[in-house]
Design a protein around this ligand. Structure first.
Ligand code: SAH
Ligand code: SF4
Length: 406
């Protein structure tokens, strides 16, 4: 087992190896290249990572795999279920660090529409970036609809985050380490084991802890593995990568996957001064440059970029800012998700009143945008956006702008 990644010469993690790479391993164990596909299918279709259970492999091959240490790089330490069905798994990694992943059941399926506190006819609710309705319609044209409840999984790519956004628990904690591609894929394998019998994994969103494009190689490899047709076989359009706006990597993602991976961009402000105060990365990649990059992203026909805009009271939530946002995005095919900020422990910042959120949305809708208010899921288990925290983490640097000094 001498497989290494070109970038850092580290061995390729088991859960992130392609069938071809497993084929090479199988050969080195005295097996045949086609055994690679069998191993890959055991791991990714059946979720089996214990070689002893790979019953169509020879005893010798199973033994070699066991000796090599094939197994789960991630384990569920705890699983908490919200009253809305959302589940948050605390995922243990080697080195005694943790991340979190969240399973979010959809709003339709065999059990019908799930209730939501916002469903009182108050506002248009986002079917969620997590469930791409456009993609669903296209895919269901040739096959009978699957009645199981669709579940979207939100996964993490780093322990903490280096980007330092002031409203985000991961940013306040700072970056501890990158996840390797096996740990990213491993969250999906683990997540599937926690699905109910009438549920199926439908979408994966890279919106958990960390900045996926700040861990590009591992993110890209995990995308290839999750989409591989011999494995889980997720369609590219059922995956969304969310970024705070790392321009070179946005362009690289566009090129590497021909624009097919869903892109969500966290904007959160309409001018550089305000955006830099909320998101330090803006000093490196300011708004005008980011807009240019989004125009270059090779979007397939009928697809749109999702713009995420976390509404923070007194920071970015005025009607004038809504109007400026409408103007800023005019030349880019987008839909807009407004996220009322979820309070985090280490900050005094918070969301505007719902009336302000609705007013902001109204301006954008009247300007012709598809604009949704992100329905918060799993708040009672701290699984909503930005709340995925490092247990016991303290901020690396003392922060201003509403973060409680400690
Ligand atoms: N690092 C990536 C993806 C993870 S964050 C990114 O920033 O896009 C996923 C989304 O949650 C981002 O839009 C982020 O701005 C938002 N978010 C972070 N903290 C939040 C909070 N406290 N309340 C609401 N949204 C938050
Ligand atoms: Fe990192 Fe995203 Fe949180 Fe910003 S919002 S600190 S980029 S995880």
């Amino acid at each position: 087992m001498s497989k290494t990644t070109a970038a850092n010469a580290a061995p390729i993690p088991f859960l992130a190896r392609t069938p071809e790479e497993w084929g090479d391993d199988a050969k080195s164990f005295g097996g045949r290249p086609f055994h690679g596909r069998q191993i890959f299918r055991w791991i990714h279709v059946k979720g089996v990572t214990n070689p002893a259970e790979m019953t169509d492999l020879s005893a010798g091959l199973r033994e070699k795999l066991a000796e090599a240490g094939l197994g789960d790089p991630v384990t569920a330490i705890t699983s908490r279920r919200s009253t809305d069905g959302t589940r948050k798994l605390l995922v243990g990694l080697r080195g005694e660090v943790n991340v979190e992943t969240v399973l979010i059941p959809g709003v339709t399926g065999a059990r019908g529409r799930l209730p939501s506190p916002l469903d009182a006819g108050m506002t248009e609710i986002d079917p969620d970036v997590a469930f791409d309705e456009e993609g669903e319609a296209e895919e269901n044209t040739t096959t009978a609809p699957d009645e199981r409840i669709r579940v979207s999984q939100c996964i993490s790519t780093q322990v903490g985050c280096a980007m330092g956004c002031v409203f985000c628990a991961s940013g306040v904690a700072g970056l501890k380490r990158h996840l390797d591609a096996g740990e990213i894929v491993g969250q999906v394998i683990l997540g599937r084991r926690h699905l109910d019998a009438d549920e199926r994994l439908s979408n994966v969103v890279y919106m958990g802890m960390g900045e996926p494009l700040n861990n590009y190689d591992n993110t890209a490899r995990s995308l290839r593995i999750l989409c591989h047709s011999d494995g889980i076989g997720l369609s590219h359009r059922r995956i969304t990568v969310s970024t705070s706006g790392l321009i070179p990597e946005i362009l690289r993602l566009g090129e590497d996957f021909k624009g097919n991976i869903g892109l969500a961009v966290s904007l959160h402000a309409v001018n550089d001064e305000r955006r830099s105060a909320l998101m330090p990365i803006n000093r490196k990649y300011p708004i005008a440059e980011l807009m240019k990059a989004l125009r270059k992203y090779p979007l397939p026909r009928r697809r749109r970029i999702t713009i995420e805009y976390t509404l923070v009271s007194g920071q970015n939530d005025t009607p004038a800012e809504a109007k400026a946002l409408a103007k800023l995005l005019a030349v880019i095919p987008v839909k807009i998700n407004l996220i009322p900020m979820n309070p985090i422990e280490l900050s005094t910042l918070g969301p505007p009143p719902m009336a302000g959120v609705l007013q902001f949305q109204k301006i954008l809708v009247e300007a012709g945008y598809s604009c949704f208010i992100r329905r918060q899921r799993g708040e009672d288990v701290d699984a909503a956006c930005g709340q995925l925290a490092l247990l016991g983490a303290k901020p690396k640097v003392k922060r201003s702008l509403g973060v409680v000094e400690s």
